[in-house]
Design a protein around this ligand. Structure first.
Ligand code: PXP
Length: 242
């Protein structure tokens, strides 16, 4: 089975920094430590309200990282201009509502086709690997492909929040969606809400090529340190893949 990449999302290091409005803890330092600790990429979400990552963080991440930067962004003209200016390795298009605490659902690639299409085209044209953050649903996968995006990231939040039979059912949806996406020729990623306890069944799915994990790792870093937390997640992913 192909090696599963781990993208570490450092947004919530910036959340802690911004709680005091100063410079500490520095999300760029966290990203560099993640790089040394086995992360295959760094993910950062520049939200419209700049509640965690700021514009200058994106500049520093692009300048200092050796591993790929994945910019999570809403499909707006402002974010498109920023992506085209900084040219991250990848851009993940997410829905964004100001009032939400986190990205609560996947983007609607069917209903928003006309709005998304020129944005995806401009990013692809600039050589940025575009992924669409979607619910694990066949119609959304078809629609992501119709947009010309080479990658999809399946939203694992509902699976992460569920338990028992409901969770088993959601796991099956993710599995089927990953297989369907790979058959369509899409590269399939997954993420949101993943922890040591729920990562293995997702990591074991052969069609998934990358996981993006943030909040749990940053929280766990308080107790064990960021390097150890990332290394432990890496080990669990590798074990699941064997
Ligand atoms: N992938 C995407 C597209 C996201 O929006 C997020 C959250 O910012 C994540 C992955 C990481 O989720 P979490 O912080 O819950 O691990």
């Amino acid at each position: 089975m192909s090696r599963l990449r781990l993208g570490v999302n450092i947004d919530h290091v910036a959340t802690v920094r911004n709680a005091r409005g100063g410079a500490f803890p520095d999300p760029v330092r966290a990203a560099l430590l993640a790089e040394q600790s086995g992360a295959d990429g760094i993910t950062a979400h520049l939200r419209e309200d700049r509640r965690h990552i700021r514009d200058e963080d994106i500049v520093a991440l692009k300048r200092d990282l050796k591993i790929p930067l994945n910019l999570e962004m809403a499909a707006t003209d402002e974010m498109l201009a920023i992506a085209l200016r900084h040219k991250p390795h990848a851009a993940c298009i997410v829905p964004e509502k100001r009032e939400e605490r986190t990205t609560e659902g996947g983007i609607d690639c069917i209903g928003q086709h006309n709005r998304l299409r020129p944005i995806v085209a401009a990013l692809v044209e600039a050589g940025i690997r575009v992924s669409m953050f979607i619910e694990p649903d066949r119609k959304q996968l078809d629609a992501a492909r119709a947009l010309g995006a080479p990658v999809v990231e399946l939203h694992t939040g509902a699976y992460a929040n569920a338990s028992g039979e409901a969770q088993a059912k959601l796991l099956k949806h993710i599995h089927n969606a990953a297989e369907f996406g790979a058959d369509l020729g899409l590269e399939v990623h997954a993420g949101h809400g993943l922890t040591y306890d729920n990562v293995k069944p997702i990591a074991a799915m052969p069609h998934i090529r990358e996981l993006n994990i943030g909040h749990f790792l940053v929280g766990e870093a308080i107790f064990a340190g960021l390097a150890e937390s990332i290394q432990k997640m890496r080990t669990l992913m590798d074990e699941a893949r064997q």
